[in-house]
Design a protein. Structure first.
Length: 149
């Protein structure tokens, strides 16, 4: 394990959580967007997006064997995908809306502001925790350098 490996792991988590916050912001900004994508000649509402993260460590035996031999494991967090939520769109009665169907209902995005705020708080707390870990690691390395004086 290198001296800076903890910082690399923490910085990967910071990057992943920043992306989570960006996706939540995009979801909130498009919570009323009835024309998100153009599919088969018709506009579809914006679909909520979610970030999929996983450990940056491959679960294969050969990976563990080589990492133990070489002692250069690269752990951390990586974003594997940004997926769309397939929950049904919300129907709102508004016959004057330009995107209303024959019955007067408008398909609204499947973005729930309460769920988005919960995700935002979770991502923010994770980000703050990783900043604390990064600063603690930096402080430990500084103290270790002072010992050598």
């Amino acid at each position: 394990m290198t001296i800076f490996q903890n910082m690399n792991i923490t910085s990967s988590a910071l990057t992943a959580n920043r992306l989570r916050m960006d996706v939540v912001s995009s979801n909130m900004a498009n919570a009323e967007t009835t024309r998100g994508t153009y599919v088969n000649g018709e506009w579809q509402p914006y679909k909520r997006k979610m970030v999929v993260m996983q450990s940056d460590r491959s679960p294969s035996f050969s990976f563990f064997l080589h990492s133990e031999i070489n002692k250069n494991q690269n752990n951390g967090v990586k974003v594997t995908d940004i997926v769309e939520d397939n929950t049904p769109f919300n129907l709102v009665y508004n016959p004057t809306h330009p995107d209303a169907n024959d019955q007067g209902y408008v398909q609204m995005p499947n973005v729930d502001p309460l769920k988005e705020m919960t995700d935002l708080i979770s991502a923010t707390r994770s980000y703050e925790a990783n900043v604390t870990v990064f600063n603690t690691n930096k402080s430990i390395l500084t103290k270790a350098l002072e010992i050598g004086k």
